[in-house]
Design a protein around this ligand. Structure first.
Ligand SMILES: Cc1cc2nc3c(=O)[nH]c(=O)nc-3n(C[C@H](O)[C@H](O)[C@H](O)COP(=O)(O)O)c2cc1C
Length: 638
């Protein structure tokens, strides 16, 4: 979470609020609009955001972002301006601003370059930590360069990568640093050859030699075939390839008939929990007051970058899917909550949405067409991927998860029944309607139907997104498609569904990659993000990366998560520093058991499950590493 507002020299957050020697001030409240001079352009922007939502508070995040762009940061003046236009108190806005990483609550130089180096697990496995240190050293003392280590930015195929003034760049090597700094100093685009935006095609097979015949490779494009076609993000090209025909077909059917097709497909959610979409829709009360559809495009589970590629290349496929889902569930208003770091993808999505709205395919706020679709940009917080944290965030609050039940299908956005689905889940609907639910269900396995986009990263030769039929052996994905670990290396372990999934070992590479097999093996398919770790990587480094991430991202609402994640991180740091004994492994393992199932949402579990699995599967190696760290530390003292 981001830092709090700067404290005054007296240490009080609100200067002079309780210090007797300062003159008394008016109590903080809603500033009278006439007292605050809000620049007209900013006022206009905030008012436009207000018009996009049925409830004013939802415009807080976009309004704060607009004010930040105007004033350079979320300064007290910026907050007052937003408060005046939105008729809220500055305190309400501060509470939101201090939660999100991308809302800056400390002054920043106007002319500053942001270099955010991803040091999360997939980038770290490919040298991000050393790169970050080298960048820090090379930029020391340069105030105009803001070099920060960042959590997963959702572009692990570029690892190690960085976001430079919002543009994704990678893979980065230390040798790139001088050119990068020269580019920034000269006001040029940074490392143009390494910009994600300039890649003609992010298909990994197009960058690296294709796997040899007989290596067990399969086609990587099945239902999403054609996604690499240039221009597909435009309505004209999308339509020329049959785009929006499925929507027309769905609209010619009744809502119940469309739902039947979705149920027949047995499509399971692609965002993490794997819950059947058709069932979720059927939980929504019929004929209730306004219902909502929310597309979860927060994509922040480390190792996952499929939604980013889908949105970037085929935003209309998602919009069409949303319109189909809205028809099946009889919903008139939809929001796409996209993570704040995906600025480029959000721009592409908004442009596509505008085209679709102009053609009357979906509606815009204030218009007649339905469903109304609005893109809502997040501001940097992993927890907002969790569906109830996302809902709070969309309502203009801090992204704290809610107690469940009630589940969102009963009481979600603005307390109304809400259908929440992942980007990939929704983007699959046009194919399901086009081919028929039953035919779709023939793909994959009986209980894990269809295809899945798998993001493969870490120690593989061809990191990237691959579409696979569910149920193929994991070995085919890791070795056949992604090329396996580099020459001379073997797989030590792999996360099958993002960094929150319990790890599996090389002995489990032949497991069919589907929801139920992985659950039986004690892990989960999750978001379909496979992170491969080779045998040269100390397991303690992997555990520490995982713990650090969840400790950083815990929203702090419940004690087992807030304390447990930090405590686990500290334990692992002690182990790595040679200050622990093998008995500490036991203590750490039992702490994980006390976190699992004891938190409001599963963020705590998301750390405890992989850490628990690492202890179970790699205890001997952990013991060895604790011992060798102790010897090193003692040697250093002697
Ligand atoms: C801590 C946490 C983070 C999550 N992050 C995401 C995310 O980034 N994207 C996503 O689609 N689902 C995420 N989920 C799962 C959502 O809560 C929810 O199950 C999902 O959006 C439902 O969509 P689906 O049924 O289509 O998978 C997360 C869950 C948890 C507990």
């Amino acid at each position: 979470m981001s830092a709090a507002l700067p404290r005054s020299e007296h240490g009080s957050r609100v200067p002079g609020w309780y210090l007797p020697e300062e003159p008394a001030k008016e109590p903080a409240g809603v500033p009278a609009p006439e007292q605050v001079a809000v620049p007209p352009a900013l006022r206009g922007e905030i008012e436009a955001h207000l018009a996009a939502y049925p409830e004013r508070r939802s415009a807080i995040m976009p309004a704060l972002k607009a004010a930040q762009r105007h004033y350079g940061w979320c300064s007290p003046q910026a907050i007052e301006a937003v408060a005046a236009v939105m008729e809220l108190t500055p305190a309400e806005l501060e509470a939101v601003a201090t939660f999100y990483d991308m809302l800056e609550t400390e002054p920043r130089p106007r002319e500053r370059h942001d270099i955010f180096v991803c040091t999360n697990i997939s980038c770290s496995l490919r040298g991000a930590d050393a790169l970050y240190e080298a960048l820090l050293a090379a930029t020391e003392g340069q105030e105009s360069l803001n070099v920060r280590s960042f959590e997963c930015l959702g572009a692990c195929e570029l690892a190690p990568m960085a976001s430079i003034d919002g543009s994704y760049v990678g893979p980065l090597q230390r040798e790139d640093i001088p050119t990068l700094l020269d580019d920034l100093a000269a006001g040029r685009e940074a490392l143009p050859d390494k910009q994600l935006a300039r890649r003609p095609c992010a298909d990994p097979a197009a960058r690296e030699p294709a796997p040899k015949k007989g290596s067990g490779s399969r086609t990587t494009k099945l239902l999403f075939a054609g996604i690499d076609e240039p221009g597909l993000a435009t309505l004209a090209v999308y339509r020329s390839r049959g785009g929006y025909e499925a929507l027309a077909k769905a609209r010619a059917m009744s809502a119940a008939e469309v739902l039947e097709q979705i149920e027949a497909s047995a499509l399971r959610g692609r965002g993490g929990a794997g819950f059947q979409m058709g069932k979720k829709i059927s939980f929504l009360p019929k004929g209730a007051a306004e219902k909502y559809l929310v597309c979860n495009a927060d994509e922040s589970e480390p190792g996952t970058f499929k939604d980013r590629e889908l949105i970037q290349k085929s935003p209309h496929m998602l919009i069409e899917g949303i319109a189909i889902a809205a028809h099946a569930a009889e919903i008139e208003r939809a929001f796409i909550y996209i993570r704040g770091e995906y600025e480029r993808q959000a721009d592409i999505l908004e442009a596509a949405l505008q085209e679709a709205q102009q053609e009357g395919l979906v509606g815009a706020p204030g218009g007649e067409e339905r469903p109304i679709v609005v893109v809502h940009r997040g501001a940097g917080a992993y927890i907002c991927g969790e569906e109830t944290g996302l809902l709070d965030s969309l309502e203009g609050k801090r992204g704290n998860p809610r107690l469940k039940p009630p589940f969102p299908a009963v009481q979600g956005l603005y307390q109304g029944p809400t259908l929440i689905n992942n980007v990939e889940t929704l983007a699959t609907l046009p194919r399901i309607i086009a081919m028929g639910g039953e035919r779709y269900a023939q793909l994959g396995t009986e209980t894990s139907t269809g295809t899945k986009i798998v993001s493969v990263s870490g120690h593989v030769r061809r990191p990237g997104n691959y579409e696979i039929e569910l149920g193929i052996p994991a070995r085919e994905i890791i070795y056949g498609l992604a090329g396996g670990p580099p020459e001379g290396r073997e797989v030590k372990c792999w996360f099958p569904g993002g960094s929150s999934s319990p790890v599996l070992t090389a002995a489990e590479l032949d497991l069919p990659y589907d929801f139920d097999t992985l659950a039986k093996a004690g892990t989960m398919l999750g978001s379909g993000a496979i992170i491969v770790v080779d045998d040269a990587t100390p397991i303690i480094d992997v555990a520490l990366k995982v713990a650090k991430f969840y400790a950083h991202e815990s929203c702090g609402k419940c004690t087992p998560c807030r304390e447990g994640t930090r405590w686990t991180q500290k334990m692992l740091e002690r182990m790595a520093a040679g200050e622990a004994t093998p008995m500490d492994i036991e203590i750490m393992a039992s702490a994980q058991e006390n976190i699992i199932g004891n938190c409001l949402c599963v963020l705590g579990d998301a750390m405890a499950m992989p850490i628990g699995s690492i202890v179970r599967r790699f205890r001997a190696e952990l013991e060895e590493q604790i011992e060798s760290a102790r010897q090193r530390a003692q040697g250093a003292v002697a």
